[in-house]
Design a protein. Structure first.
Length: 257
């Protein structure tokens, strides 16, 4: 968790772990980022997300990354959105995450586990296909994408976020106080090529209170600092989510999520 609890520098500002020590006025400040985060609404943006996703997976699971060179069927599903972080300098992709809801069908993780009864019949999303650039920009982008996911869920009235993770990402989710649903067990995930993952969950309505109670070092970062470069204005928070349109001549890989 050092990458989360220690220095995450955003435009030369204080590290997130020190933000709890500044005044209330400073905690409400606006921070700009060297990249933007938006919901993918075009084939061009989707291909950027696919490129950074495949490159990120190639560093850790190269065999599986070979299946990620093209968009997946779930990228187009109703109830799915893709967040894309793009450099302000040249428009290159620096990070992405897919968010799949259970509005129309079960979550991908439910192919491999039965979720606890208290999560049944609740509004949920699963965070999948998280991928970021290498180095410091990737570490910052990862945090910003997680914050964007949290903000999206607040706006969309989502009850729970489910995330499956391998080391070291699972420890970063631990650091954000996600709940381990299966006592630390690594479970093969059918929708991730049967690679063992932990299954973690965050209660969205209760997250802020949980972070306050724990005096969490990222409380201000997640809840009190404004990041205008997280732009969800083109997200659809209505009861119907419109999927990304396919080009008529576009061929894509229906390989699951």
């Amino acid at each position: 968790m050092k990458s989360i609890e220690h220095a995450i520098l955003l435009n030369g500002a204080l590290a997130a772990g020190a933000m709890e020590q500044v005044s209330a006025e400073e905690r409400m400040r606006v921070e700009r980022l060297p990249f933007t985060v938006r919901v993918v609404r075009s084939e061009e943006a989707l291909y950027k997300a696919v490129a950074i996703r495949q490159a990120a997976y190639a560093r850790h699971v190269p065999a599986f990354s070979e299946t990620l060179k093209m968009p997946e069927a779930n990228d187009y599903d109703e109830g799915s959105i893709i967040l894309l972080a793009e450099s302000k300098l040249d428009g290159s992709p620096v990070g992405t995450i897919r968010v799949q809801s259970n509005r129309y069908r079960k979550l991908g993780v439910e192919q491999s586990v039965e979720l606890p009864a208290r999560l049944q019949h609740r509004s949920m999303v699963e965070a999948t296909r998280l991928g970021v650039a290498e180095g410091r920009v990737g570490r910052v982008t990862k945090l910003i994408l997680i914050k964007a996911l949290y903000l999206y869920c607040l706006e969309a009235n989502i009850d729970w976020v489910i995330a499956t993770a391998r080391p070291p990402l699972d420890r970063q989710y631990d650091g954000l106080l996600l709940e381990d649903l299966y006592s630390g067990e690594f479970i093969p995930m059918r929708h991730v090529n049967n690679i063992p993952h932990r299954v973690l969950a965050l209660d969205i309505p209760g997250a802020r209170a949980k972070w306050i109670e724990a005096s969490h070092p990222l409380l201000d970062f997640m809840c009190n600092i404004q990041h205008p470069d997280i732009d969800l204005s083109n997200a659809d928070f209505s009861s119907e989510i419109h999927p990304i349109p396919r080009a008529n001549s576009f061929e894509w890989a229906a390989v699951g999520a």
